[in-house]
Design a protein around this ligand. Structure first.
Ligand SMILES: [Zn+2]
Length: 492
């Protein structure tokens, strides 16, 4: 072939490639929810709910200092029983139709018996909140446990994470019970007391009880970490989170020859440990953009520039570039692979004494594609030093639960309810979750784990869960209650 011929072939191939990429971008599947607005019945219901009254209830709930770390201290958990009593007196109709069991004294397991024995559904929430740092109290516009209602928000620790969901769920049950409604299948409310410290005494114990009873959920719904619907004023987009990561911390212990530092001896524990940590920090676990993470990225770019859509629509050829871009974004690596960071280091007590041992803790957040045993083998191989002991630190280690399939029937029904209550959503993002929550405890007894919060975040608004000035927009509450009502009514 002549040079001209080669050049022509390259040109045709180049433009052919561009045409294919443009074609793929145009054909990118949309995850939009097309809903017709307004659904009159829904709108009537929303306007019949007094959002200020729900806000007052949420504010009252915030005033109970149900700090999770306090439950581990003797005689420090009075706020939990007081909160239980408040729920009972504030929601009498809900308590009349539901059975309630206290689990490990502080958690609440409710069952609302349905008309038939079809698969139950579960609403997960938690009664506990994270502590407020003493130094930050002055930075709060309203004191963290005052339960202030001001400027369109309910302020305080727990107003978002997650007494908001707890109160909205209760309001929904209260109203349905008051109307004489009975669900078709059993409905469970699963309110743990120690979600913020791992959830094993609360959700873990409740899951064990339900397992013994042979209960298996069609789906369970949990918090998403603070508001799932976003709006710029004219349009809305939202995320339903379908996975979460596992958790394990490895303790690395290096042993050396102790003695006086005037006579340096080898091996040196601190040097051995440092070498191991450097090897880990210079390595990444295997990974890549695939599965739910890829679906999430594809949905997210629907509101982004054409170039970004072009890149993501053509990962068959652009994958390394897309992965490189994601890797360089804050938190981006987390959707690609199991990530790790050293969090604690110890060794040596005196400047002239060689320590016999040095230890470090390295925390891993396990991607759903991996398991803890695989991570342990990777750590051993990467450190490549038999003198370093590697063990799982403490009991708090758990596998990532399997991700829920974004095309599962539970997700489809859930989308219908979102559309009915919130109108068109573009896009609805199938989310890859970074943080763990109580939902993982129910993974063995639920067909689908869903994480979503019916709270609308306006552009520039900050809800600040776990942070200073945590606050929930009041205008989310009435519609949020209707959302939960609708889920209960449409459980099959
Ligand atoms: Zn939470």
């Amino acid at each position: 072939m002549s040079w001209k011929g080669i050049l022509a072939a390259i040109t045709i191939a180049f433009f052919g490639l561009i045409a294919v990429m443009i074609w793929n971008t145009a054909r990118m599947p949309s995850t939009r929810i097309d809903a017709e607005l307004p659904d009159e019945e829904i709108e009537k219901r929303v306007s019949s709910i007094d959002g200020t009254e729900v806000a007052t209830h949420l504010a009252e709930a915030v005033r109970f200092r149900t700090i999770s770390s306090d439950t581990q201290l003797p005689n420090k958990a009075e706020s939990f029983p007081a909160f239980h009593d408040w729920l009972e007196s504030t929601y009498p109709d809900a308590h009349a139709v539901m059975e309630r069991e206290r689990v490990n004294e502080l958690s609440l397991l409710y069952r609302w018996p349905g008309r038939s024995d079809c698969k139950p559904i579960g609403f997960i929430s938690h009664l506990d909140v994270v502590p407020v740092e003493e130094e930050s109290i002055e930075d709060w516009t309203h004191p963290p446990f005052a339960g202030a209602v001001a400027d369109g928000y309910v302020w305080g620790r727990g107003s978002v994470d997650t007494k908001s969901n707890l109160v909205m769920t209760m309001e929904a049950v209260e109203r349905l019970a008051d109307d004489g409604f009975t669900p078709s299948c059993d409905v469970y409310l699963l309110f743990g007391h120690d979600e913020e410290t791992g959830g094993s005494e609360g959700a873990g114990a409740m899951s064990r009880i339900l397992t013994e009873q042979g209960i298996h959920f069609d789906w369970v719904l949990d918090e998403s970490g603070g508001g799932s619907i976003h709006t710029d004023g004219s349009s809305k987009w939202a995320q339903i989170t379908l996975s979460q990561r596992g958790y394990v911390t490895f303790e690395l212990t290096a042993t050396g020859v102790g003695g006086h530092s005037a006579v340096p001896l080898r091996p040196n524990a601190i040097l051995g440990l440092s070498r191991a940590l450097m090897r880990l920090s210079n390595s990444s676990m295997p990974g890549g953009l695939e599965g739910l993470a890829l679906e999430m990225v594809k949905a997210r770019v629907q509101r982004r520039s054409y170039l970004e859509r072009l890149l993501v629509a053509n990962t068959w050829i652009t994958k390394p570039v897309v992965e490189w871009i994601i890797e360089s974004m804050p938190g981006g690596a987390a959707i690609l692979r199991t990530t790790h960071s050293p969090t604690v280091i110890e060794g040596g007590k005196k400047d002239n004494v060689l320590p016999k041992t040095a230890r470090a803790l390295v925390n891993f957040r396990v991607h759903p594609r991996d398991d803890i045993e695989f991570v342990r083998r990777w750590v051993r191989e990467t450190i490549d030093d038999d003198s370093i002991k590697v063990s799982v630190y403490q009991e708090r280690a758990f596998e990532a639960p399997p991700a829920t399939d974004s095309s599962a029937p539970q997700v489809t029904r859930f989308k219908e309810v979102i559309g009915a209550v919130y109108g068109p959503i573009d896009p609805l993002i199938p989310g890859f979750g970074l943080a763990a929550s109580d939902a993982r405890h129910y993974a063995p007894i639920a067909d689908a784990l869903l994480k979503f919060e019916p709270v609308v975040i306006r552009e520039g608004d900050a809800l600040n869960p776990h942070d200073t000035n945590e606050r929930l927009p009041i205008d989310s509450l009435a519609r949020g209650v209707v959302f939960y009502q609708r889920l209960i009514e449409r459980q099959e």
